[in-house]
Design a protein around this ligand. Sequence first.
Ligand code: APR
Length: 245
Amino acid sequence: MQRMRIGPEERVFVLTGAGVSAESGLRTFRDQGGLWEGHRVEEVATPEAWTEDAARVWRFYSQRRRDARRAEPNAAHRALAELEQRLDDRFFLCTQNVDDLHERAGSRRLVHMHGELFASRCEFSGPGAGTSACASAPFPDDALYETEEVIAHCTCGGRIRPHIVWFGEMPLEMERIEREIARATTMLVVGTSGAVYPAASFVHWAGPRARRIYIGPEEPANAAAFTEIVPGRAGEVLPGLVEGA
Ligand code: APR
């Protein structure tokens, strides 16, 4: 690819997926072989799984908390934080990842559309909750819950659940994301298979004149919508791209 020149009037919207954390040692969803304690990942990341066996769901996220605590940001996370430093409010990062590696690398203008691993909330709170919902907010939490007995409870009596957007639930901050996409002149998508919606549609929502760049070792499912595909690992490709921007 030619250099990713960002002019003084331009705005960059970045979407990252599991691939950006792969070089930090966190496995992508595809790499998991789809299994956790003999269950498909979809079977521990759904409201139905929570109703059926909350402790199993928490064991899955407790293990992911352990893995994420041990992981360090890599060159791709750092390159995006550096780009933000340079562009300031002309930069916006939306991640599908629930780990905190972008923040730990220094990113500030970011949203976690699929929630955050190191936050929890009452099972009766949040966007999908009904009219008798609990008004409590998500809170920082890095505890490990391995059995039903140790799962904490909210003052309303509800159980504490991971602050994660499960399959079938509404992604977070969609209005802000749509606004940022509409005014971006460059959309940079890194390390996501382009198979999970609505994130896979973002590239279609960009303005007709926006540059749409994908970075990753494999073509995503929505490859045809990009103006440029840069093959390679995020930690190897992004630092050079950002340096030349
Ligand atoms: N650099 C860049 N991309 C990489 C790297 C790397 N070093 N290693 C792997 N990838 C790419 C793979 O080629 C793949 O396209 O990362 C992508 C990972 O795809 P998925 O595992 O499907 O992850 P993602 O697209 O982030 O999943 C989206 O699905 O399960 C849900 O909510 C979960 O946020 C997640 C969503």
